[in-house]
Ligand binder design. Structure first.
Ligand SMILES: NC(=O)c1ccc[n+]([C@@H]2O[C@H](COP(=O)([O-])OP(=O)(O)OC[C@H]3O[C@@H](n4cnc5c(N)ncnc54)[C@H](OP(=O)(O)O)[C@@H]3O)[C@@H](O)[C@H]2O)c1
Length: 371
């Protein structure tokens, strides 16, 4: 019976991974251990259940997670949980936990690199371990502008990281490979995860607010035709579970992405947001604008976006605008070769994202990405 340790289950991706497993009919054949930050198991269970409720699981499905499945621990202080004997019988790991923020979190490196490495080294010693799936991020490759990034390409060294977060994500992958050479280690790098095909942004409004903000401003740093490689979180979770449990995988590195054909041009996001909200498309008014030019109109932000801190909005435009300008696509051939389905196109569930964020301001929606 697989005994799967999942980290980050109180978050967006880890929550979706647990959701995917709980919805499987053969769930009785899987044992879960969930790493969560909390004072004790009861509080940890409470945090996990609160998060899973956003995925609209039934009470029966939620009741399958009990305190026995909770491993209280913080990756900033891994020495406090790595001696738990339950780790010795783990067969699979899906490592979703990380500080996934573009903000300046002072413990970013401590958690995403130092603590994660100690955790990985501990798991490398577990005799029963069959696979350790590590969730990276496709942007860690520092792709060139207007490019397609293929899975057999080395990370670019001639570009600079736009944020420390991507640097930390690349560093931990390399360190685990170096220091745990015999561990069955698989890296899965998702592209940009936005919403859920069934529940829209209810599980998380992460990044969706960037599109809403650009549409409200009628301006952003990218062209109106720029391609955005978006995938839904439930697709990402399904792939992660498959990469974790599949008997036969050919590679130790995968993109989880929409691939060359399925990227969403920004103008299409505008069209479908307008359709869902019964509002006017901005196609005739849209203007590509540099970050520098945005600084000149910062005083208008409040009038357009509602109550907000113009400094924070400017910072968001700088950080997310840098990624949007890249117009990069991430090839997903390896998943296609495995027989994985393609992700649902963003346009097919944008309406659910619009509905589930209705009535919330940009300031409220963006909080989730500035932890
Ligand atoms: N969202 C995207 O678009 C995207 C794209 C590519 C890759 N990824 C990757 O996907 C993974 C999950 O991201 P996400 O979007 O789900 O982020 P998220 O919603 O912020 O979730 C992050 C998870 O990591 C946990 N965590 C953070 N610091 C921790 C610590 N010190 N000790 C233990 N757990 C800790 C969080 O726990 P708390 O609840 O206690 O904070 C939470 O459960 C990350 O590795 C990220 O790099 C995300």
């Amino acid at each position: 019976m697989p005994n799967i340790l999942i980290t980050g289950a109180s978050g967006f991706v880890g929550g979706a991974v647990v959701e995917h497993i709980l919805r499987q009919p053969a769930m009785d054949n899987v044992q879960l251990l969930l790493l969560v930050r909390a004072d004790d198991k009861a509080a940890g269970l409470g945090r996990i259940i609160n998060n899973l409720k956003k995925f609209e699981l039934s009470e029966k499905q939620l009741s399958l997670i009990t305190e026995d499945a909770i491993l209280v621990g913080d990756l900033a202080e891994p020495e406090n949980f790595i001696d738990d004997p339950r780790l010795d019988s783990i067969t699979h790991v899906i490592n979703c936990a990380a500080i996934a923020s573009f903000g300046n979190n002072p413990v970013l490196w401590k958690v995403n690199v130092d603590g994660s490495l100690i955790f990985a080294k501990r798991m490398a010693q577990v005799k029963s371990l069959q696979r350790f799936v590590h969730v990276g991020t496709a942007m860690a490759s520092m792709p060139d502008k207007d490019s397609v990034f293929y899975e057999d390409m080395p990370d670019n060294s001639h570009n600079e990281d736009l944020v420390q977060y991507t640097a930390s994500k690349r560093a931990i992958e390399n360190l685990i490979r170096q220091e745990c050479p015999d561990m069955p280690f698989v890296v899965a790098r998702p592209s940009i995860i936005v919403g859920h095909t069934q529940f829209g942004c209810r599980p998380s409004s992460s990044i969706f607010w960037v599109f809403l903000m650009a549409i409200k401003l009628k301006k952003f740093t990218c062209t109106f035709d720029a391609n955005i490689d978006v995938i839904p979180v439930d697709y990402c979770a399904m792939v992660l579970v498959n990469l974790c449990l599949s008997d036969d995988i050919q590679h130790n590195f995968y993109h989880i992405s929409s691939g060359e054909e399925m990227c969403t041009p920004f103008h299409e996001i505008d069209t479908f947001v307008a359709k869902a909200g019964n509002t006017k498309k901005i196609v005739d008014e849209y203007k590509q604008m540099s970050y520098q030019d945005f600084t000149g109109i910062r005083k208008q932000f409040k009038d357009i976006l509602g109550p907000c801190n113009d400094k924070i909005i400017l910072r968001a435009i700088k950080l997310y605008g840098g990624f949007a300008e890249l117009n990069v696509k991430f090839d997903n051939q390896r998943l296609m070769d495995m027989g994985m389905p393609k992700p649902a196109p963003f346009r097919s569930y944008i309406d659910k994202c619009v509905t589930s964020t209705r009535g919330q301001s940009i300031s409220e929606l963006m909080m989730v990405d500035f932890k």
